[in-house]
Design a binder for this molecule. Structure first.
Ligand code: FPP
Length: 244
């Protein structure tokens, strides 16, 4: 079983650089190379959607120089890679609040999102200035506005209609969540969408996360039993034991 959608918190760039007595920026640059490798690995493994947490709403509080470097890195990576990605059937999308980014970066994001593709082999969502709570509040506001305008009945709001206002819509929710760098936290990533996602935490630092490490995560996923609240017997289709 291959996950259709994999979501990743890419953590550990700073520590990877520190181990090499280099500045954090060196780790972030190596992180971009790891992004490239994982995109290629997803295409080979036939994963349909990859969502990467590149910059959280909380990351603005990092030292000014590091934030500036990350913005510069995003812009250069987009300008350099977007065309090639589109040529290889990779559709790029950005989720998160964009209005804090520079006009150049916003323009590069919009341009890469609208690139024409012959076929879509992989959709890559890059979460920038994103927070899971922000996403949920944003959806609630959109529905409240629609209700105020008389367009919807508040009593008719259900999980399906709510979900349609979240930033990943209409993509399927992640089957597998990976966090590199050794911490076992979700850190305000896709809070709504991770309800039934299999969680995988690895000590591998993001710049070292290569195809072998990715395959290890896919293998672990293939061995997990996803029950969605049902019993093991129900999921496997075996007859239920009588002793309720
Ligand atoms: C976390 O490592 C990493 C980030 C906050 C930045 C992630 C960005 C990249 C990997 C570049 C991605 C580029 C594109 C184009 C999507 P950390 O700095 O928190 O590491 P630490 O926990 O070891 O300090």
């Amino acid at each position: 079983r291959t996950p259709r959608h994999v979501a990743i918190v890419m953590d550990g760039n700073g520590r990877w650089a520190k181990q090499r007595h280099r500045p954090r920026a060196f780790g972030h640059r190596a992180g971009v190379q790891a992004v490239r490798k994982v995109i290629e690995a997803c295409i080979r493994a036939k994963v349909e959607v990859l969502t990467l947490f590149a910059f959280s709403s909380e990351n603005w509080s990092r030292p000014e120089g590091e934030v500036r470097h990350l913005m510069d890195l995003f812009l250069r990576a987009l300008r350099k890679e977007a065309r090639e990605l589109a040529g290889n059937g990779v559709r790029l999308r950005f989720i998160g609040e964009r209005n804090r980014f520079s006009p150049e970066l916003r323009a590069a994001m919009a341009e890469s999102e609208s690139a024409a593709l012959n076929e879509v082999r992989l959709t890559v969502n890059i979460a920038v200035n994103y927070g899971g709570r922000w996403d949920i509040v944003n959806a609630a506001q959109a529905l409240a506005r629609a209700a105020r305008a008389g367009l919807i009945d508040p009593d008719a709001i259900d999980q399906t209609s709510f979900e349609q206002h979240l930033s990943l819509a209409p993509l399927p929710e992640p089957d597998l969540f990976i966090r590199t760098g050794g911490e076992a936290r979700i850190s305000n990533f896709l809070l709504w969408h991770l309800a039934y996602t299999e969680l995988y935490f690895t000590p591998v630092l993001w710049p070292d996360f290569d195809e072998t490490a990715f395959r290890a995560a896919l293998n672990e996923f293939a061995q997990r039993e996803r029950r969605f609240g049902k019993t093991s017997a129900q999921v496997s289709g075996k007859p239920e034991a009588a002793n309720v």
